[in-house]
Design a binder for this molecule. Structure first.
Ligand code: FES
Length: 102
């Protein structure tokens, strides 16, 4: 079990192994676009992982391909729907504006 902090609200939620960041962010009551319902097809769930990358599943070729097509992607970018909790280190993510990923 690790703790997920969601910025900019600062909301914190417990994260269990196997859950995705998208599931957790929605469960915390935050709004995050997820147009393709978690299939790595739309890129709208693009977020920045500011801390705790080691607690997340590795970027798959599919996710990598989608990230490559998004404007504003950086070294901390992930697709929330493709990032699964795999470790116990606390995680800090930053939600982006609705302009990202379209
Ligand atoms: S919800 Fe579409 S890529 Fe994550």
């Amino acid at each position: 079990m690790s703790l997920l902090t969601i910025m900019p609200s600062g909301k914190t939620i417990e994260a269990a192994e196997g859950q995705t960041l998208l599931e957790l962010i929605l469960a915390a009551g935050e709004s995050i676009p997820h147009k393709c319902d978690g299939n790595a097809k739309c890129g709208s769930c693009h977020i920045f992982v500011q801390a705790g990358r080691k607690s997340l599943s590795k970027i798959s070729p599919l996710e990598n391909e989608k990230l490559d097509s998004i404007v504003g992607v950086g070294s901390k970018s992930r697709l929330a729907c493709q990032s699964r909790i795999t470790g116990t280190e606390d995680i800090n993510v930053e939600l982006l504006g609705f302009a990202s990923g379209f």
